[in-house]
Design a protein around this ligand. Structure first.
Ligand SMILES: [Zn+2]
Length: 413
C-alpha cells in the first residue's frame, strides 16, 4: 500500500467537501455528490467497472482469476459538521487496495470496492441505509415517511438520486459471490489512544439495549414536605443512575444514563415524575443480558427506597454481531506485521460492517483516534497511526484474497 496516496486523497477530499466547521458530506445532498465525484475520479484511473445499485451504493469491480470476490469499502458521507476521517479513511484505503492489487496484475479472486449510501443517517435519522438494504434488514415501510428538518420525505429525496425505495432490496444481489467484507475505520473512541497503540483488529459490534426508565412518585411542596415523607422520583432516578454505572464497571461493558427529565421541574417542588434514558452495550450477549437485568433490579430497588413506581420501557435493541474468527486472526497478524500490536477490541459504535457480518465473513481494522472524538471537526489521528492502520488493512486484504483463492472463504451463493 502506498500510504502517501491515501493521505493525499483524504486531504484533497477534505479540501473539496470540508470547511471551518468540518466535513459536510451529508448523504443525499450536493456536497455528498461532490465527494462521490471525487471518489469516481480516483476509480476512473483504475481498470474497474463502476456501477450504482438499487439502494444508491457505489460499486467498483476489479476482475480476478477465479470466481468469487472480496469486498473492501466504507462510506464517504458524513454528519453535517463532521471529521475528515470517519468513513473517508476506509473508502480511500479501499481505493488504494484496489490500486495496489491492480498494479500487480489480476488478483486471485475479484476485488470489489463499495461506498455505502447514507451510513450516518444524518438527514433522516436512519443510519446504515445502503448496507441494511443490501443485507435485507431495511424496513422500507418504516423509513418511507421519515422527514428531514425541512419536512421533505425520505422516499422523495432518495428518488432524486435514482433510488426507487421499493426496489432498494435488489441491492442484495451484489453479495452473490462475496467471500469476505473488510473495512478500515477510525476507532472514534479513546481505547487505542489510552494504550498508546496505532491500530487494532475489531472483534465485532456490541449489542445495544436502549430503555427509558419512568419513575413515578408524588409531586409535593418543597417546603411543606419533610425529607422522610417524600416520594421523590428524581432521587430514585439518581440512585438508579449511580448503581447502573457500577453495573457497567462490573461487566466490563458500557452503561450510560444520558439524561433525565423531571416534572414539574420547578425549584419549589419534589419531582413527581422522572424519565431517565439508558443505553447499555456489550459484545457478549450473556453479559449484555446480565447488565440489563441488573439495571432493572437497580431501578426497582431505587423505586422501593423512594416510595416510587418504576416502568422500564424498551426503546430499541440490537444483538451483538461478532466478526469472523478466521478474518480476525488475519487482521491481528496484519496489524502486528505493520508496526502495531496483536490487539483486538470490540466496537461500541455500529458500522456498515455489522450489516455485512450478518451474511458474509467480515472484519474491521481500527486506527486510533486522537483526540479520541468523532462526529466533530476536532476528529483526528496521528499520521504515523494512519500509516500503520492503512498498511495493516492492505495486508489483511491480501491475506483474504489468498484465503478466498484457497477455498477457505467460499463465495456466497
Ligand atoms: Zn463511519
Amino acid at each position: 500500500m502506498n500510504t502517501d496516496r491515501v493521505l493525499e486523497d483524504l486531504r484533497e477530499l477534505a479540501r473539496l467537501t470540508g470547511g471551518p466547521d468540518g466535513a459536510r458530506r451529508v448523504c443525499w445532498t450536493d456536497e455528498w455528490t461532490r465527494a462521490r465525484e471525487f471518489l469516481r475520479s480516483r476509480l476512473d484511473e483504475l481498470p474497474v467497472d463502476i456501477s450504482v445499485d438499487a439502494a444508491g451504493n457505489l460499486w467498483a469491480d476489479l476482475a480476478g482469476e477465479q470466481d468469487g470476490f472480496v469486498i473492501v469499502g466504507s462510506h464517504v458521507d458524513s454528519v453535517p459538521a463532521g471529521g475528515w476521517l470517519d468513513g473517508a479513511l476506509g473508502a480511500f484505503a479501499a481505493v488504494e487496495a484496489v490500486r495496489t492489487q491492480s498494479a500487480a496484475g489480476k488478483p486471485p479472486v475479484g476485488l470489489r470496492l463499495v461506498d455505502w449510501a447514507d451510513e450516518e443517517g444524518a438527514r433522516f435519522g436512519r443510519s446504515l441505509f445502503g448496507s441494511s438494504a443490501c443485507s435485507g434488514t431495511l424496513d422500507v415501510d418504516g423509513v418511507r415517511d421519515l422527514r428531514d428538518r425541512d419536512g421533505e420525505r425520505l422516499e422523495d429525496v432518495v428518488a432524486r438520486y435514482d433510488v426507487e425505495l421499493a426496489r432498494a432490496h435488489e441491492s442484495s444481489a451484489q453479495l452473490r459471490g462475496a467471500c469476505a467484507y473488510l473495512e478500515l475505520h477510525i476507532e472514534q473512541g479513546p481505547v487505542l489512544e489510552s494504550r498508546g497503540e496505532p491500530a487494532a483488529t475489531v472483534l465485532g459490534t456490541c449489542g445495544v439495549e436502549r430503555h427509558v426508565g419512568v419513575f413515578t412518585g408524588q409531586t409535593a411542596h418543597a417546603g411543606a414536605t419533610p425529607m422522610g415523607l417524600r416520594r421523590d422520583s428524581f432521587a430514585a432516578a439518581a440512585q438508579a443512575a449511580l448503581a447502573i454505572r457500577e453495573v457497567g464497571f462490573r461487566h466490563d461493558g458500557v452503561c450510560t444514563v444520558g439524561g433525565a427529565t423531571s416534572e414539574p421541574g420547578v425549584v419549589t417542588a419534589v419531582a413527581g415524575r422522572t424519565e431517565m434514558l439508558l443505553d447499555q452495550r456489550h459484545l457478549n450477549p450473556a453479559k449484555l443480558g446480565a447488565m440489563l437485568a441488573e439495571a432493572r433490579e437497580a431501578c426497582e430497588q431505587a423505586a422501593v427506597d423512594h416510595g416510587c413506581e418504576i416502568e422500564l420501557r424498551h426503546l430499541w435493541s440490537i444483538p451483538p454481531i461478532p466478526f469472523d474468527d478466521r478474518l480476525i486472526a488475519l487482521g491481528r497478524q496484519a496489524v502486528a506485521d505493520s508496526g502495531g500490536k496483536d490487539t483486538a477490541i470490540p466496537s461500541g459504535p455500529l458500522h456498515d460492517a455489522a450489516e455485512m457480518a450478518r451474511l458474509i465473513p467480515t472484519v474491521m481494522i481500527f486506527s486510533s483516534s486522537s483526540p479520541p472524538v468523532s462526529h466533530t471537526k476536532e476528529e483526528d489521528t496521528p499520521e504515523d497511526d494512519l500509516r500503520v492502520a492503512i498498511e495493516a488493512y492492505g495486508r489483511t486484504v491480501g491475506a483474504a484474497l489468498a484465503g478466498a483463492a484457497a477455498g477457505e472463504l467460499p463465495p456466497r451463493a
